[in-house]
Design a protein around this ligand. Structure first.
Ligand SMILES: Cc1cc2nc3c(=O)[nH]c(=O)nc-3n(C[C@H](O)[C@H](O)[C@H](O)COP(=O)(O)OP(=O)(O)OC[C@H]3O[C@@H](n4cnc5c(N)ncnc54)[C@H](O)[C@@H]3O)c2cc1C
Length: 713
C-alpha cells in the first residue's frame, strides 16, 4: 500500500517528560534534525526549562565539576559552549575554566532557543509547565496524563526524569524542622548563628556544594560531615591526555581484575613520567559502559560493594577553587569529616544529638548540631521512588527496575524494557535511569551523545524509509548549485536539504560572500555550515565572514593546522542536513590533510585532489604525489563509475565529470604507474599561486584576515 495515503494531516508528536539537560537536548536535537512535520511537547514541572537539579542553583560559587572545554551540548561541535560563553560576555573563559552552574543553565536554555529558531517551519516545540503523572500505551499511540488534568496524545514519549531526591537515611526519619532534605535550598544554609554546628550527611559533591555555599554566606560555625567511608572528592588538575590502555575485548571481567589493571597502569604511568593519576582514570571513561556490560552481575555487585566509593571520589572531581575552600576549612578545624554510620538522632529544643558509629573502631561519636542536611546524592532506585509517573509505569508493567537497583532496564537504543523483557517501540529514556545498564551515564559528555542518538532513533522510527511506491512522490533529495569565482577559478558548492531549507557551502570564497548570501536569501535557505576541503593557497576562504554574518559554523579537515574552526572533520565522518548526507573521504596529496566529500552517494566534491582531466599540484603545503596517487586510484576511483565529479577548480570552463570518465581520460592517472605519476608531478615547475602569501595565513584562521601593522621608526 502507498505510504503517502496513510498520512494524517496532524504532525507526528513526541512528548519529552522532564526539561532538565537530558530532555532539553533531546528536544534540541529533534528540532535540528527533523524534516517531517513534528510537534515536540517538552513537559517540565518546574517553571524553568534547561536547568534541572544541577543547573538550577542561583549560587555563583556552585561551579561545574567539568571544565568548560568539555561541556558542549553537542558532541559534534566541541567548542559550542566555549563559543557561546565568548559571545555572551564571558570572554575570559578558557577550556579549563570551571564556570558557575547557573551560567550553564543559561547556555542550555539558549541552545534550545537557537535550535527552535533554526528549526524547519513545520517542526514545533511546545513547552508545557506541568507534571506528567501517568502514561498509557495503546496499539498506535501513547497518552500522557498531566496533573492539570490535560492529556496528550503522542506517538512516542521520552522519560528524561533525571535525578530524584535522595532518600532519607532511616535514623533521620524521626527529625522534624531540624532536618533539611534539599541541600541546595535556602533552608540548608540560612538562619544559622556563628556558634551553631551543622551536620552534612554525605561527603560527595553535594557536600562540597553545601560547604562552599556556607562559606560564601560567611558561616563561622562548625561543619561536621559523615559518610560510610568518609572519602572526599578529589580535585581536578590539568593534565596531558593519556592514551587508551584497556581493550574492551581483552579486559578483565572482574572488579578485582580491573582494579588491578588500573593500579598497574597508574604505577607504569608514573614510571613513564605521567605525573598525575587523573589522566589515567580519564582514559578509561569512554569505554566504561562496555567494560561494565562485559562484567557478570556478581562482579558488578562486587564493584559496587568494594570499589565504588573509591571510584566515585577519583572520577567525580571538584574544581581546584572548591577544593581550596574545603582544604582551608579543614585546616582551620571548621570542617571535620567522620567515617561511620549514623546510629540515632534525638531532637531537643535547641538542636539534635547525633550518635555515629565510627567505621573500623566501632566507637561512638556524639555530636550536637543545630541542623542536619541531607547531602547523600541522588536516588535512582526505582523500587523506592515516590513518583506518580513511575508508579503508573510500574503498575502497567511498562518498566522493569534494574537488578542492581540503579534505574530501569533499557535496550541499547534507549527503549524501555517492560516487565516481560520486551523493548518498547513507544517509550524511551536517557541519562541517570540507564545507570544500571551503563554505569557511566549521568554527566553531560555521556548524555549529549545519548540525546543525539535518541533523537535520530525517534525520527527514524517516525519516518521509516518509504517503499518503492512512494518514490515518485518524493521531493528532490537535495538542492545542489555550483558557483564560480572567476579570479581564482574556484568552484564553491551550495548544497541544501529542500525540506528543512538548511544549507552548507563547500569552499566559499571571500570575494563572493555577497553573491552567496544573496542566493541563500533568494532560495530561503539557512546556512548552517561552511566546509573546507583543505587550506587553500590561491584564495581566501569566505568562511569567517559568512560565519560572522550568518552564525553558521566553520568546519575544517582535522590536522589542517587551522585555528578558529568551530569543528573539525575526519575521514569517515558524516555530516547530515536533513535528507542530505555528506561523507568525508581523506584524500591527502595536494595537502596532507585534504578531504573530498561524497554527497548523497552521487556527487563527489574532489577539491584539489582530482580535477576534470587533471589534479591539484603537490609541491607545497606538505603535498605528496605518492599519497595523491594512492588516494585517487585507491579511494576515489573505487566509487561507482557514474559518481559525478565536481572539482574545486577548473581553468577550461568544464563543470562536471564522472569517476568513469576520469578513470579513462584523466591524463595524470590513466595508464600511469605510481612512480610515473610522481615523476610527472615533480617536473611540473609551476609558479607559486599569486595570492599564496596572503591566503595561507588567513585560511589557517578560517579566513580571518589578520590586520598587518606598519611600524615606522
Ligand atoms: C548538583 C549537581 C551538579 C552536577 N554538575 C555537573 C557538571 O558539572 N557536569 C556534568 O557533566 N554533569 C553534572 N551533573 C550531572 C547531571 O546529572 C547532568 O549534567 C544533567 O544535568 C542531568 O540532566 P537530566 O535532565 O537527566 O536530569 P535533571 O537535571 O534531574 O532533570 C530532570 C527534570 O525532569 C523533571 N521531571 C521529573 N519528573 C517529571 C514529571 N513527572 N513531569 C515533569 N517534569 C518532571 C524535573 O523537574 C527535572 O527538571 C551534576 C548533577 C548534580 C545533581
Amino acid at each position: 500500500m502507498n505510504n503517502i495515503l496513510n498520512l494524517t494531516v496532524s504532525p507526528a508528536a513526541i512528548a519529552i517528560i522532564g526539561g532538565g539537560f537530558s530532555g532539553s537536548l533531546v528536544a534540541a536535537n529533534l528540532l535540528r534534525n527533523a524534516t517531517m512535520p513534528l510537534s515536540i511537547k517538552l513537559i517540565e514541572r518546574n517553571s524553568e526549562i534547561g536547568r534541572g537539579v544541577a543547573y538550577g542553583t542561583p549560587v555563583d560559587c556552585h561551579l561545574l565539576n567539568v571544565p568548560a572545554g568539555k561541556m558542549s551540548a553537542y558532541g559534534d561541535e566541541p567548542n559550542h559552549f566555549l563559543n557561546w560563553l565568548h559571545s555572551n560576555g564571558y570572554e575570559e573563559v578558557t577550556p579549563s575554566t570551571f564556570v558557575p552552574r547557573r551560567v550553564y543553565g543559561d547556555y542550555v536554555q539558549a541552545t534550545l532557543k537557537a535550535a527552535q529558531a533554526n528549526a524547519s517551519a513545520n517542526v514545533q516545540l511546545e513547552k508545557i509547565v506541568d507534571e506528567a503523572i501517568a502514561i498509557e500505551t495503546k496499539s498506535n499511540n501513547t497518552i500522557v496524563y498531566l496533573s492539570s488534568g490535560q492529556c496528550l496524545h503522542v506517538q512516542k514519549a521520552v522519560l528524561a526524569l533525571g535525578n530524584f531526591p535522595a532518600i532519607l537515611p532511616a535514623p533521620l526519619a524521626v527529625l522534624g524542622k531540624r532536618y533539611v532534605k534539599d541541600a541546595w535550598s535556602a533552608d540548608a544554609i540560612t538562619n544559622l548563628n556563628p556558634e551553631d554546628a551543622i551536620l552534612l550527611v554525605g561527603t560527595g559533591l553535594t557536600m562540597a556544594d553545601a560547604v562552599v555555599a556556607l562559606h560564601q554566606q560567611g558561616f563561622q560555625g562548625q561543619i561536621h560531615t559523615v559518610s560510610r567511608h568518609g572519602l572526599m572528592p578529589c580535585s581536578h588538575k590539568s593534565t596531558n591526555p593519556y592514551p587508551a590502555f584497556i581493550e574492551v575485548e581483552n579486559a578483565p571481567k572482574t572488579a578485582r581484575g580491573l582494579l588491578h589493571l588500573v593500579r598497574q597502569e597508574l604505577r607504569d604511568a608514573l614510571i613513564k613520567g605521567q605525573e598525575d593519576w587523573r589522566a589515567v582514570i580519564d582514559a578509561i571513561r569512554p569505554i566504561i559502559p562496555q567494560l561494565w556490560q562485559a562484567m557478570p552481575l556478581l562482579e558488578q555487585k562486587r564493584f559496587l560493594r568494594h570499589v565504588k566509593a573509591y571510584w566515585e571520589v577519583h572520577r567525580h572531581r571538584i574544581a581546584e577553587k572548591i577544593a581550596e575552600v574545603l582544604d582551608a576549612a579543614m585546616e582551620s578545624g571548621q570542617l571535620i569529616h567522620y567515617a561511620g554510620r549514623i546510629q540515632s538522632c534525638q531532637e531537643f529544643e535547641n538542636g539534635v544529638d547525633v550518635r555515629i558509629c565510627e567505621r573500623g573502631t566501632h566507637k561512638d561519636i556524639v555530636l550536637q548540631v543545630k541542623r542536619i542536611v541531607n547531602c547523600t546524592g541522588a536516588n535512582c532506585d526505582y523500587r523506592r521512588l515516590q513518583h506518580p509517573l513511575v508508579a503508573s509505569l510500574q503498575e502497567q508493567r511498562l518498566i522493569r527496575s534494574n537488578t542492581l537497583s540503579m534505574g530501569i532496564d533499557t535496550a541499547p537504543n534507549g527503549a524501555l524494557i517492560d516487565a516481560d523483557g520486551n523493548a518498547s517501540e513507544m517509550l524511551y529514556t536517557l541519562g541517570t535511569p540507564r545507570k544500571g545498564n551503563l554505569w557511566e551515564t549521568t554527566a553531560v559528555p555521556e548524555i549529549r551523545v545519548q540525546a543525539a542518538n535518541l533523537a535520530q532513533e525517534l525520527l527514524k522510527s517516525l519516518n521509516p524509509k518509504p517503499d518503492v511506491t512512494t518514490f515518485v512522490l518524493r521531493k528532490p533529495a537535495m538542492l545542489f548549485r555550483q558557483l564560480f569565482d572567476k579570479e581564482s577559478s574556484t568552484y564553491t558548492y551550495l548544497i541544501a536539504d529542500p525540506e528543512s531549507k538548511i544549507a552548507i557551502l563547500v569552499d566559499p570564497v571571500l570575494e563572493q560572500v555577497e553573491r552567496d548570501l544573496q542566493i541563500l536569501r533568494q532560495l530561503g535557505l539557512t546556512l548552517r555550515y561552511c566546509l573546507e576541503t583543505h587550506i587553500h593557497a590561491d584564495h581566501i576562504t569566505g568562511t569567517d565572514r559568512l560565519r560572522s554574518l550568518t552564525g553558521c559554523l566553520g568546519i575544517v579537515p582535522e590536522n589542517a593546522g587551522a585555528t578558529y574552526a568551530d569543528n573539525y572533520i575526519a575521514d569517515g565522518n558524516m555530516l547530515e542536513l536533513g535528507n542530505v548526507q555528506i561523507c568525508a573521504i581523506a584524500t591527502p596529496g595536494h595537502t596532507d590533510s585534504h578531504i573530498s566529500y561524497l554527497v548523497n552517494d552521487t556527487h563527489l566534491l574532489t577539491g584539489d585532489a582530482l580535477f576534470i582531466r587533471g589534479c591539484g599540484r603537490t609541491d607545497f603545503q606538505n603535498g605528496d604525489a605518492g599519497s595523491l596517487y594512492d588516494a585517487v586510484t585507491q579511494k576515489l576511483f573505487t566509487l561507482p563509475d557514474d559518481t559525478l565529479v565536481y572539482p574545486g577548480h577548473d581553468y577550461q570552463g568544464q563543470t562536471v565529470s564522472t569517476i568513469g570518465e576520469e578513470k579513462h581520460w584523466n591524463p595524470r592517472f590513466a595508464g600511469r604507474s605510481r612512480n610515473q605519476f610522481i615523476e610527472l608531478m615533480k617536473n611540473l615547475n609551476l609558479p607559486q599561486p599569486k595570492k599564496m602569501l596572503e591566503a595561507l595565513p588567513a585560511n589557517q584562521h578560517c579566513g580571518r584576515v589578520l590586520v598587518a601593522w606598519d611600524y615606522q621608526i
